[in-house]
Design a binder for this molecule. Structure first.
Ligand SMILES: [Fe+2]
Length: 383
């Protein structure tokens, strides 16, 4: 067999090429939109693409599945419950795809998304047992996929994790992410084993109730442009440019820019609505990073845009995206709303405080590490 993991540093995603060296048939799992990297490999190895499988409808990157299938005529496969507007080969739990001498066995592992599937890889000439499992965003290294992106279910994730952890110890685990906003505590390694995760994944030892509580009590913000990216992957929109694919220089400014910037500057708070409602810099408008690409027309191109978040990470990525799509007077506020509040400046609050304040600031949208507690958004008493 042939097996290759392809890591994408920008979104923390992993994609996979699995092929039979006997029949030269290949499958690609969770391809990124930059399909040329896979095509070069197919050509070099003289592989014929037979299946392109998305483990789920992705929210943080645009899938290259349809583009690959258009060019190569392979089967585009998703779990049968996937809600997309384009035709696909529906996969069912327990179904097996033949790939030369190899077998790819479908395991439905909902939780992160209802349609999420994992794939067991069996090479019967070597063993009747699976040697590997591709887990999408169900079991991650030291973590599991978060269930709050829409349609996810923490209890289902518990069942899926339990099911996967009943596999033999030696089974190698290859997840859909090594970093990224789809989990909140990933280790950073690109692979692991069932045996190691059963022993050392902190979530593997939790009973159902604390597991569900852990997954739902605090979450990172929804990823940059999730609205546009998910719609693109469902086929209801065509906005592949919504992915941040560059790192343009964006000036970081201090809090003084909020007081002494150009009088017509627009302050854009890219945090979640609940965070904004709990307290924001006076005059800032709320445009969550999740919705940025689909609401660009609300932003003026002839005024300075001062982008702010809680601690400065989300605002920098949002500001880079705005620069990438042609806004040329964009700055990001270092330290964000947290620094503004700590310096004793007043916050403006929504009249009715949204109750759902549980967003955790992360190092950056694909970082798993949490910031110290002092930078977390706290509910504002009495507001
Ligand atoms: Fe995901």
């Amino acid at each position: 067999m042939y097996f290759k993991q392809v890591l994408d540093e920008r979104c923390g995603c992993a994609s996979y090429i699995i092929a039979s060296r006997q029949s030269h048939e290949a499958a690609i799992v969770d391809p990124s939109i930059e399909i040329e990297q896979y095509e070069a490999l197919l050509q070099e190895r003289d592989f014929r693409l037979r299946y392109v499988i998305d483990t789920h409808i992705h929210a943080d990157h645009v899938s290259g599945a349809r583009r690959l299938v258009e060019r190569h005529g392979a089967d585009l496969c998703l779990h049968e419950s996937a809600k997309v507007t384009y035709p696909f080969r529906p996969l069912r739990d327990g179904e097996t795809l033949d790939l030369g001498q190899l077998r790819l066995r479908v395991v439905h592992t909902p939780g992160h998304r209802p349609e999420l599937l994992s794939l067991l890889v069996v090479n019967p000439e070597r063993s009747p047992e699976p040697s590997m499992v591709l887990t999408g965003d169900s079991l991650l290294v030291g973590d599991v996929g978060r269930p709050d992106f829409g349609g996810g279910d923490a209890a289902a994730q518990y069942e899926s994790l339990s099911r996967l952890l009943r596999l033999p110890d030696w089974v190698a685990v290859f997840p859909g992410h090594f970093e990224g906003p789809c989990g909140k505590g990933m280790c950073g390694r690109p692979s692991t084993t069932i045996g190691f995760e059963r022993l050392y994944n902190p979530l593997a030892r939790l009973e159902r109730t604390p597991f569900v509580e852990h997954l739902t009590e605090s979450v990172p913000a929804r990823p940059l442009n999730i609205t546009a990216i998910e719609a693109t992957n469902r086929g209801t929109a065509n906005l592949p440019w919504a992915m941040l694919t560059s790192s343009p220089h964006v000036p970081e400014v201090g809090l003084e820019a909020l007081d002494s910037g150009p009088p017509d500057a627009m302050v854009i708070d890219v945090r979640e609505p609940s965070e904004y409602a709990a307290g924001h810099v006076p005059g800032a408008i709320n445009l969550p990073q999740a919705d940025l690409a689909t609401r660009l027309e609300e932003l003026p191109r002839d005024r300075q845009l001062i982008v702010i978040c809680q601690a400065g990470a989300r605002s920098m990525r949002a500001a880079r995206f705005l620069t990438q799509v042609g806004f040329d007077r964009v700055v990001s506020v270092a330290g964000g709303t947290g620094a503004w509040a700590e310096s004793g400046k007043p916050l403006e609050r929504a009249e009715t405080l949204a109750v759902d304040v549980r967003i955790v600031e992360t190092e950056w949208a694909h970082g798993g590490g949490h910031r110290p507690a002092s930078t977390l958004t706290e509910p504002v008493a009495g507001a």
